[in-house]
Design a protein around this ligand. Structure first.
Ligand SMILES: [Zn+2]
Length: 316
């Protein structure tokens, strides 16, 4: 998780520390919410749905992300998963969720889901799939969360559910969309288009938090006790705190560099970031990584290896 990398590399005492800590705990909560949803979706009848996670697509220059997408031969379902504890009131006037306990405001997930529905509809239309209806659900994973409709305005909560109630909502969708509209082979073409168009958005997290690269810690992290930096000695990384030694502890640091600082690195930049004693060792390490490179000799630039991974899984 990118926020986690930032947290471990942020200088002690940095002014943004509490903001990063808070955001990271929200991200973890979100992650556990998605895990809970995933667990439920595995209980769906076999051969009915193709399930996609974390799809990141673009339509007419607008980037959008769908956490969970179910496709069947009858309809498509977007599920927006939330893991927010406490007593939540849907404030229809300002389109937000207000938590009673600390008065914190959250974006109304129904708005997020509806936006995704509009964009996904456009995406499929522009790719030649017009016939499949798209619907959405907002899923709260925490059984203890209390959901309350705001008393002043009538609130439409039929698309909102909590924990195992999701099965009833999916059943309601199945009743609403009974007609077979596309074949399994058409779903395969859809899958191909989704995979081809999946574009993870590059986030410059330092820019996002307005943190300078110099406010981050350089060096290799000990995988056992988290001390930074480990010291390079005769082909090994040694932790000065717990004495742990490792041959490949630098791989995490290089990944951190690419994700936090920039997507390319020169031999000298790597030497400085890993606290290596010489350019030759840095060169050796870079060679072993087999990264794509441009330029010659000293000015050679090595490029981050990008993986594009999204694949359908689940019950179909
Ligand atoms: Zn250690």
């Amino acid at each position: 998780m990118l926020t986690e990398i930032l947290q471990r590399r942020l200088l002690i005492g940095n002014i943004k520390r509490s903001e990063v800590d808070k955001d990271l705990s929200k991200r973890w909560a979100g992650y556990w919410g998605e895990i809970t949803l995933d667990k439920y979706l595995k209980e769906l009848p076999a051969n009915q749905y193709y399930i996609f996670y974390d799809l990141q697509l673009k339509i007419y220059g607008v980037h959008f992300q769908i956490d969970t997408l179910l496709i069947s031969t009858k309809y498509i379902l977007i599920i927006e998963a939330k893991n927010i504890s406490g007593t939540l009131t849907f404030d229809n006037k300002f389109k937000q969720l207000i938590r009673l306990e600390d008065n914190e405001a959250f974006e109304d997930p129904r708005i997020q889901a509806k936006r995704n529905l509009t964009l996904l509809t456009r995406f499929f239309q522009s790719n030649g799939f017009k016939d499949l209806p798209i619907d959405y659900l907002v899923f709260f994973s925490n059984v203890k969360t209390r959901l309350i409709a705001s008393p002043e305005i009538e609130t439409e909560l039929s698309k909102v559910c909590k924990a195992r109630e999701i099965f009833e909502k999916i059943e309601a969708c199945e009743t609403a969309y009974q007609q077979e509209r596309i074949s399994h082979s058409e779903i395969s073409s859809m899958t191909e288009i989704l995979i081809r168009n999946h574009q993870p958005k590059k986030i410059n997290i330092l820019e996002l938090y307005k943190i300078a690269p110099t406010d981050t810690v350089t060096g290799v992290r000990c995988t056992k006790c988290s001390t930074i930096p480990m010291v390079y000695r005769k082909g090994k990384w040694i932790c000065s705190s717990c004495n742990f030694s490792s041959k490949d502890a630098h791989l995490e640091a290089i990944n951190d560099f690419f994700l936090l600082i920039k997507s390319t690195v020169t031999n000298n930049e790597l030497k400085v970031f890993l606290h290596l004693p010489s350019n030759d060792i840095s060169q050796k390490i870079l060679k072993r990584l087999k990264l794509a490179s441009t330029g010659k000799t000293k000015s050679r630039i090595y490029h981050q290896h990008i993986e594009r991974s999204v694949s359908p899984c689940g019950t179909a």
